[in-house]
Design a protein around this ligand. Structure first.
Ligand code: KIV
Ligand code: NA
Length: 266
């Protein structure tokens, strides 16, 4: 299969083809999602919540995300792999952002990085883009700022906030961003941003007008009891996995496993 590359993103938008994106944190899921035909895989700092059991994305380190991103990139043949730059790895300025972005391409082998914020991180987007590191933006609810934002809350409500969000999106595009993720944004605001941008918007809790959608895979697949309102559960994989583990344990306890076919007689 032909690899999805950054120029295909604008192309997909121009041709009205919706982009599909899921998070992935390891080679096992990356291979499955790549084979399922997902256009983009995001090695998100949501790994902190989903895989490491933290309450927020804030403790995730660049070293941790480089390891996860290397696993995902290595297991992927078609999808464009994007890795988050975690909290604390790009805010200080363009030089810090560039050093972190270069590590992601060089050590992990991803094709792009994602950073949170609008106008305030334009110098970082320019430095990364100028050095050949494609950047995906992230606006609306930005989890790395959750203490400032007061938790996971819809962003861009009201004319002034909507105008600021639109200006931020345009600033990111102008600085070279190849796509912009919109998280927890009212659908009409996301629709307006989608209309004014030439690069695709990828929504999560941002309505159906976005050029693509992204979900955290554990929410998408029903791995946990709870999932956010904006995430549809497309499977009950958590329940299936529990059932498989129970069946295995029961078979071991009652002597049904291993059978002769699983056994070396000599
Ligand atoms: O880390 C993540 O999973 C993300 C998506 C929610 C866009 O940034
Ligand atoms: Na993230």
């Amino acid at each position: 299969p032909r690899r999805v590359r950054v120029h295909h993103l604008r192309q997909a938008k121009a041709e009205g083809r919706r982009l599909t994106m899921l998070t992935a944190y390891d080679a096992v899921t990356a291979r499955l999602f790549d084979e399922a035909g997902l256009d983009l895989l995001l090695v998100g700092d949501s790994i902190g919540n989903t895989m490491h059991g933290h309450a927020t994305t804030l403790p995730v380190t660049l070293d941790e995300l480089v390891v996860a991103a290397r696993s995902v990139a290595g297991a992927t043949r078609r999808a464009l792999v994007v890795a988050d730059l975690p909290f604390g790895s790009y805010e200080a300025g363009p030089a810090q952002a560039l050093a972190s972005g270069v590590r992601m391409l060089k050590e992990a082998g991803v094709a792009a990085v994602k950073i949170e914020g609008g106008t305030r991180i334009v110098p970082q987007v320019e430095a990364l883009t100028g050095a050949g590191v494609p950047v995906v933006g992230h606006l609306g609810f930005t989890p790395q700022s959750e203490h400032l934002l007061g938790g996971p809350r819809v962003q861009g409500r009201g004319q002034e906030a909507a105008d600021r969000l639109t200006a931020d999106a345009l600033a990111l595009q102008e600085a070279g961003a190849v796509a912009v993720v919109l998280e927890m944004v009212p659908a009409p605001v996301a629709a307006r941003v989608t209309e004014v941008l030439e690069v695709p918007t990828i929504g999560i809790g941002a309505g159906a007008a976005c050029d693509g959608q992204v979900l955290v895979w554990t929410d998408m697949a029903g791995m946990t009891g709870w999932s956010p309102r904006f995430a549809r559960r497309f499977g009950e994989v958590g329940a299936a996995l529990t059932a498989a583990a129970e069946a295995y344990a029961a078979a071991v306890r009652d002597g049904g496993f291993p059978g002769p076919e699983h056994t070396f007689e000599r």
